[in-house]
Design a protein around this ligand. Structure first.
Ligand code: ZN
Length: 125
C-alpha cells in the first residue's frame, strides 16, 4: 500500500516536472516569436529611414546622384556627389556604375559625359 502511494506521488512529481518543461518550451516559443516580428519591423523601418535620410540630404543639396533613383551606396558617406564626379570625368560609385550600365543614368547627363566617366572606370580597373 505504501509503495503504491509513493509511486503515485512520483507520478505526480514527474507530471508536474513534465508540465514545467512544457511550460518552459511554450514560454520560449512565445518569447522567441515577438523577436522574429521585431526583426521584420526593423527591416521595414530601415528602408523607411534610408529613404527619409536620402530625401533629407537631397533637400539640403547634399545628395546629387547621377542615376534616376538615387543610389544608397553613398548614404554611408553622408552625401552623394556622383553627378559631379561624372561631370568632372571621374568614375561614380559602384552602385551608380551598375545602374548606368543598365541604362538608368540621370537624363540630365549627356552620353558623352557618361562614356567619358565610364572609360575612367576601365582605366582604374
Ligand atoms: Zn552614387
Amino acid at each position: 500500500m505504501k509503495g503504491n502511494l509513493d509511486l503515485r506521488s512520483l507520478d505526480l512529481k514527474s507530471f508536474i516536472g513534465g508540465f514545467l518543461v512544457a511550460l518552459l518550451v511554450f514560454g520560449a516559443f512565445f518569447l522567441a516569436k515577438p523577436q522574429q516580428e521585431v526583426s521584420v519591423v526593423s527591416t521595414t523601418s530601415y528602408l523607411e529611414i534610408r529613404d527619409a535620410l536620402k530625401a533629407k540630404l537631397m533637400e539640403e543639396g547634399k545628395y546629387r546622384c547621377c542615376i534616376k533613383e538615387p543610389c544608397s551606396y553613398c548614404l554611408e558617406e553622408g552625401g552623394c556627389d556622383c553627378i559631379d564626379k561624372i561631370m568632372e570625368g571621374r568614375a561614380p560609385c559602384g552602385e551608380c556604375i551598375g545602374e548606368i550600365l543598365e541604362g538608368n543614368a540621370n537624363p540630365y547627363l549627356s552620353d558623352e559625359q557618361i562614356s567619358r566617366a565610364l572609360s575612367e572606370v576601365k582605366e582604374e580597373m
